[in-house]
Design a protein around this ligand. Structure first.
Ligand SMILES: [Zn+2]
Length: 86
């Protein structure tokens, strides 16, 4: 059998944000969105952890794409310049 093999470096996913701001507690955000029949982002855009009703959500504007919700931990990491992969 003939074979070629090489190691491919792990892919790095980078998303750039132009701003991030403190937003509503998740419970208030989700009930308002449901009242208006709008979709609800139920977990952090970056780490995927599910929001609980009293969690503060952070609204972040992506350089490319729609605004997203981040958890406070991910927003802090991005703002502090430590926004490396988990
Ligand atoms: Zn997160």
């Amino acid at each position: 059998m003939l074979r070629l093999e090489k190691t491919i470096p792990a892919r790095r996913h980078v998303v750039e944000f132009t701003w991030v701001t403190r937003f509503h507690p998740f419970g208030a955000y989700s009930s308002a969105r449901k009242r208006m029949n709008l979709s609800v982002q139920a977990d952090c855009f970056w780490c995927g952890s599910a929001f609980k009703d009293d969690d503060t959500t952070m609204l972040a504007g992506r350089a490319k794409g729609k605004n997203v919700l981040l958890c406070e931990k991910c927003a802090d990491r991005a703002a502090s310049g430590e926004g490396t992969a988990l």
